[in-house]
Design a binder for this molecule. Structure first.
Ligand SMILES: [Zn+2]
Length: 407
């Protein structure tokens, strides 16, 4: 199978490096991205739509194993039942990114990272994660016969910790915000023979897996790009990865467009939204994140350049950055379950909350195609409120049941 991968390039200074296991530009410390030979690709294929999932030719830095679906999961794109009306469009869609092996969007980037670890000859991988990346790394490391070390914030939901543990990872909780786990994992990968597949922008290969979401959306929408894509963001690699996938599509087919990217954060941890609203060029870290949406509660302490990369991507797409309160997020989480039949993790609901709120003052056109990325399954955490008192218990007695049903 052909592979069009060319090199690593620094997004700051443009320095080109070979495709090796490094985490930042050796000249300036900037974020690295993978480059491809698009000319050659274009010659060989007409559009991503034409080539996409059917023959799986590669604009990824790994060889695709035809026997495994990863990182092409073909997650469903389903139309909203009622929430679309709240937003003002008839074309609101949910991309069910929790419909993967481990129940979250992290499977795509992690699959690529684990394959690179194998290719580079590592036996051991490490990840700092708020939970979803932890489970994904543990699962795919196991499948590839690698050892995995998983660092999670001490406040990570028990279900996520158990999941990573069940796959056989060495799971360690780190006190304090996510940035602490990030920085510890970084130190270990500098000093020991352990490959770091933390899926911020640290590992330059993992974000390539996120591009596949864009390929699939183009396929889902019969060759078209949506008008807007809404993504909950911590550091924001998912948003940037999806943007990159659409951007590639325009390089290959100039008639195609790039959607406006909408990044969503919680008010309790909103460094990118702040920079966007204040018109700043750079993101300032949030030292004390405080939100129930743990998946996007990344204060970016020590790596705020990642947030700046996402900020610039939102601007490049002529998109927006929105923030919502924890209360609004919980309301949206309930709404998704009770009106759409979608039981998602709290961070996923932030996108829906933000869209509904934004549409009140800036209604979307009724024909706008909007895709909300639902990033994680609700079963990965508790519901968020105690329902014990609301769910009755009865004896094995039909009269007791009938009495309750009358209420
Ligand atoms: Zn550089």
């Amino acid at each position: 199978m052909k592979n069009y991968t060319r090199s690593l390039r620094c997004i700051n200074c443009g320095k080109i490096s070979s495709l090796k296991p490094i985490y930042s530009c050796e000249m300036c410390g900037g974020v690295l991205e993978v480059t491809y030979d698009y000319k050659k690709f274009k010659k060989d294929h007409e559009t991503i739509y034409n080539i996409s999932l059917a023959n799986k030719s590669s604009l990824l830095p790994i060889d695709i194993n035809e026997e495994e679906p990863f990182p092409y999961f073909n997650t469903p794109l389903i139309k909203a039942k009622g929430i679309g009306l709240d937003v003002g469009t008839n074309n609101l869609y949910f991309k069910l990114e929790f419909n993967t092996l481990t129940g979250s969007f992290k499977d795509r980037p992690v699959y690529v990272g684990i394959k690179k670890a194998k290719e580079f000859g590592y036996q051991k991988v490490i990840v700092a994660s708020s939970g979803n990346g932890a489970s994904a790394v543990a699962a795919y490391a196991t499948r590839e016969g690698l050892e995995s070390i998983v660092l999670v914030p001490a406040t990570t939901p028990a279900a996520k910790v158990s999941q990573a543990y069940a796959y056989g990872a060495k799971v360690i909780k780190v006190e304090g915000p996510y940035s602490n786990a990030f920085n510890l994992a970084w130190q270990i990968s500098q000093e020991e023979d352990v490959y770091n597949i933390t899926t911020t922008f640290l590992n330059p290969y993992t974000i390539e897996g996120d591009k596949v979401v864009a390929y699939e959306l183009i396929q889902n929408l019969k060759g078209n790009s949506p008008d807007y894509v809404v993504v909950p963001i911590g550091a924001g690699p998912l948003l940037v990865g999806i943007y990159n996938g659409f951007y590639e599509n325009t390089l290959i087919n100039e008639k195609q467009k790039i959607p406006h990217m909408i990044g969503v954060q919680s008010m309790g941890c909103n460094p990118i939204v702040k920079a966007f609203n204040e018109g700043k060029q750079h993101v300032t870290p949030e030292k004390s994140p405080d939100t129930i949406a743990g998946g996007i509660g990344d204060g970016l302490v020590g790596y705020s350049q990642d947030g700046t990369y996402t900020l610039n991507t939102i601007k490049d797409s002529e998109g927006i950055a929105l923030e919502v309160s924890d209360k609004e997020i919980m309301h949206a989480k309930n709404l998704l379950a009770s009106r759409e039949g979608l039981y998602v993790e709290t961070s996923s609901a932030a996108s829906v909350a933000a869209l509904i709120k934004h549409a009140k003052t800036h209604p979307f056109s009724s024909t706008s195609n909007i895709v909300i990325i639902l990033t994680g399954h609700g079963l990965k955490e508790s519901f968020g409120k105690n329902i014990e008192e609301e769910v009755p218990v009865i004896s094995n007695n039909v009269e007791a049941l009938k009495l309750l049903l009358k209420k």
